[in-house]
Design a protein around this ligand. Sequence first.
Ligand SMILES: NC(=O)c1ccc[n+]([C@@H]2O[C@H](COP(=O)([O-])OP(=O)(O)OC[C@H]3O[C@@H](n4cnc5c(N)ncnc54)[C@H](O)[C@@H]3O)[C@@H](O)[C@H]2O)c1
Length: 269
Amino acid sequence: MDKQLQGRVAIVTGASSGFGRGIAVRFARAGASVVIADLVEETAPGNFDERPELSTAALIRELGGQALFAKCDVSRKNDVEAATSEAIAAFGRLDILVNNAGVWRGMTPFHESSEADFDACFNVIVKGTFHASRAALNIFIAQQSGVIVNIVSTAGLRVYPLQLAYNSAKHAQIGMTRSLALEYGPSGVRVNAICPTGMKTSMNRQAFETPAISEMVERSRPLGRWGEIDEVSEVALFLASDAASFVHGSIIPVDGGELLGQPHRPAPR
Ligand SMILES: NC(=O)c1ccc[n+]([C@@H]2O[C@H](COP(=O)([O-])OP(=O)(O)OC[C@H]3O[C@@H](n4cnc5c(N)ncnc54)[C@H](O)[C@@H]3O)[C@@H](O)[C@H]2O)c1
């Protein structure tokens, strides 16, 4: 059995659906106790999920692991601090924080976009990372150990059309990852980021199910396909575990090679 996280306690934000759910379940399978910090307990309809009727905490418990749901809006300091306290109260310690909660507000020309969409991206992605990292760091510094994994996006390393707010918030999250790594490495805290490209979560279900868009997406990646949630959670597990003990301040794309550029594909004869 792979029990790389046996005895560890993790908070995963936005873990009711998508990548967060996949990461929480993978961590629990590796032996961690997991706090699911999310606005809602139910998993989002439209996820590519085998057990959508079960909340993430219920699924982990069914698998024999330990988990609890903490209702939490990551953009609110008090909610995040309460979720952190719940983790300590329930499991006695905190070792890992995954800043995963995020929102995407679709594609709109910047001059027509709304301040509300801009605020949503920055409040959840940037401020959420700010609040949760601060709450966890207070514990990590005292114990001189801890791991932060930020789930960013290829939108933090390149830009996509018609989504200035999301691109900008993700670029900021890269800056936060690198700044935190520089500042807290000396305190024994490792900080890294994963940059997935658009993958099979509810966020992208519509694109995945629209053949013209789906094929365009596939052509844009050297590996020529959509990625799966597990392909992100395995990297998160690696970064959270001792196997990555000297990996620090790294920004790891999980993108099928998209950042390399579009490959040449000869037209079919
Ligand atoms: N899906 C992709 O293709 C993709 C690609 C690159 C990066 N990402 C990033 O990965 C992360 C997860 O995306 P996903 O596709 O799994 O999304 P998702 O929509 O499937 O799940 C997001 C989860 O976050 C929760 N959430 C939203 N706002 C929150 C808040 N204020 N406080 C707490 N929880 C909140 C939602 O309730 C939901 O459970 C996001 O940061 C996203 O930007 C996604």
